[in-house]
Design a binder for this molecule. Structure first.
Ligand code: PLP
Length: 389
């Protein structure tokens, strides 16, 4: 005799419809909106901080790499997926940022999983900032290490957690937090980690190309690049306008990752076009070190202008400015009204925001003119919902 499971009328995925209905009721439904290749929208939602993703030199470097090395890497890095192009990109990234060695992976997400999991394990203590990026959080979860989440940007809390632990420990933090664009207290975190002999792992996704001298990154700016106890990750998809991720650190650490990091070992190598484009962007940045300053000035102008309009905008330490919205639904409507007025802005809602507060997210870039900045501020202010001020 066969019995009928209680949820048979809905099938094994009946629960998905229930979750979708709950999300829609809370204003948290998400959907894909493919963008056209050409658009009249002013883009303040993407992460192309230096305006390089469509720079002819960068796209040509990507196209050349694709023609020379093929459309794909053909295999994992330890099999056929390492080319002279990958090796060259790693050498130049390490040299530019001031670290001893570099390892390029398929994404910044994969780089974070690689670094966190390969440098920890059962028995290691991970100390993780409450506002860290999802990829660091997932790395902590995958690592099977004990993870203590500390209050946001609080070196004293880090010090306290480390003081109660003996044995290996790693302190993990974004350098610039992706939701509010504020910088981590790097000197305080380094001092806290060093007081206990812990390693410091920094995700410089939003700092590389923007912070530090000539865009060499936040760890370089803080005097931490190349230190024997500091490892850094970054993405090649923001300032460098391409795609991919990198782990930077002491040569022995990078060699360990080659042998132990599962998201490196079991993943196809970065596509040559992305590696070539990232290398092209890096060389262009070296030649045009004024680009980061222009992007930072644009971010500060957004903050000044939006605050003068009575909006609750965060003071940027890099290129991200976020503006508080009264509810998830209001944030979605606000972003849609901006779009209708010719402006693409990001919209952050739970679960992407650790404190549950929805926001518009504006990313500044080096290519913006004064006129574009002023008109974008006017649009965001004119479309602001009740309760945003
Ligand atoms: C802080 C941070 N870390 C890591 C990543 C992941 O990088 P990628 O998009 O290259 O996977 C992102 C964003 O995408 C990020 O904002």
């Amino acid at each position: 005799m066969t019995s009928t499971p209680p949820d048979a009328p809905h099938g094994p995925f009946g629960w998905i419809a229930e979750q979708a209905a709950a999300r829609a009721a809370a204003g948290l439904h998400r959907e894909l909106r493919p963008r056209p290749a050409e658009s009249d929208l002013l883009d303040l939602a993407g992460n192309d901080y230096l305006g390089l993703t469509r720079h002819p030199e960068v796209t040509e470097a990507g196209a050349r790499a694709c023609r020379r090395w093929g459309a794909g890497a053909t295999g994992s890095r330890l099999v056929t997926g390492s080319t002279a192009l990958h090796a060259g990109l790693e050498a130049e990234l390490a040299d530019f940022t001031g670290f001893e060695a570099a390892l390029v992976l398929a994404s910044g997400y994969a780089a974070n999983l690689a670094a966190v999991t390969a440098l920890t394990g059962p028995g290691t203590l991970l100390v993780s900032d409450a506002a860290n990026h999802a990829s660091l959080i997932d790395g902590c979860r995958l690592s099977r290490a004990r993870t203590e989440v500390t209050a946001h940007a609080d070196p004293a809390a880090v010090r306290k957690v480390l003081a109660g632990h003996s044995g290996r420990a790693v302190v993990v933090s974004d350098t610039v937090f992706s939701v509010d664009g504020d910088a981590a207290p790097l000197a305080g975190l380094a001092a806290a980690a060093r007081a206990s002999g812990a390693a410091l792992l920094l995700d410089d996704a939003h700092g590389l190309g923007v912070l530090g001298p000539g865009g060499r990154g936040a760890p370089n700016g803080a005097g931490l690049a190349g230190a024997p106890d500091v490892v850094c990750t970054a993405t090649l998809s923001k300032s460098l306008g391409a795609q991919g991720g990198v782990v930077l650190g002491p040569a022995a650490v990078i060699d360990h990752l080659v042998n132990a990091a599962r998201t490196f070992i079991f993943d196809t190598g970065l596509a040559p076009a992305a590696a070539g484009a990232a290398l092209g962007a890096l060389r262009l940045l070296r030649r045009e070190p004024e680009r980061p300053g222009r992007a930072l000035a644009a971010a500060r102008a957004f903050h000044r202008g939006l605050t003068a309009e009575g909006l609750d905008a965060t003071a940027p330490d890099a290129c991200v400015v976020s503006v508080r919205a009264p509810s998830p639904a209001a944030a979605v409507r606000w972003a849609a009204d901006c779009r209708a007025a010719g402006l693409a802005v990001g919209c952050f809602r739970p679960p992407s925001v650790p404190d549950g507060v929805s926001r518009l997210r504006i990313t500044a870039n080096a290519a913006l003119t004064q006129g574009q900045i002023a008109s974008a501020i006017a649009t965001v202010a004119a479309t602001a919902p009740a309760g945003a001020r």
